[in-house]
Design a protein around this ligand. Structure first.
Ligand code: ZN
Length: 161
């Protein structure tokens, strides 16, 4: 996780256009304390959703909600893939190796990512999605945007089932 964050932050400016396609700037009236509270609540909700999903598959989480919250508060909270700032509005929790691809329920298989990246990634592994991002950055901007939009749209439909 740390390696990827470092990689994202050292990427040249030319990929910044991708960030704009992922999430529009947000306007929030929350105070920093209010935003912190909302983030903790969002992470708590994500934790309890994970716990329910794991239980359905006969598994148990080996970490507590406080562990997940603590890892979010440990340094700047940025999307693991695109590097955008995460807030209570766009934060989601991703299994780097999806459960459907033999990923574990462990804390070290989790990353905080923006919802658009999460929807686009869907059942790809961390490496597959990173490789895909590298590839599509070489395409014309419109092609990249439309491709990502299609991936997110399909990802959102899969989530409903
Ligand atoms: Zn992202």
């Amino acid at each position: 996780m740390i390696w990827l964050r470092a990689k994202v932050s050292s990427m040249p400016r030319k990929i910044n256009h991708l960030k704009g396609t992922v999430m529009k700037p947000e306007v929030t009236e929350l105070t920093p304390a209010g935003e912190q509270r909302k983030l903790r609540l969002k992470i708590s909700t994500a934790y309890h959703n994970q716990k329910k999903r794991a239980a359905k598959k006969g598994a148990r989480l080996n970490y507590q909600v406080l562990d997940l919250q603590a890892s979010a508060m440990d340094g700047p909270l940025l999307c693991h893939f695109c590097g955008i700032s995460l807030t209570s509005l766009n934060l989601s929790v991703d299994h780097l190796t999806p459960i459907s691809r033999e990923g574990t329920w462990d804390l070290d298989n989790l990353a905080f990512v923006c919802l658009p990246c999460n929807l686009a990634k869907h059942e790809l592994t961390e490496v597959e999605f990173s490789n895909l991002r590298t590839l599509i950055k070489t395409w014309p901007l419109n092609a990249t945007r439309r491709f990502l939009a299609r991936l997110r749209s399909a990802g959102a439909k899969f989530r409903q089932h």
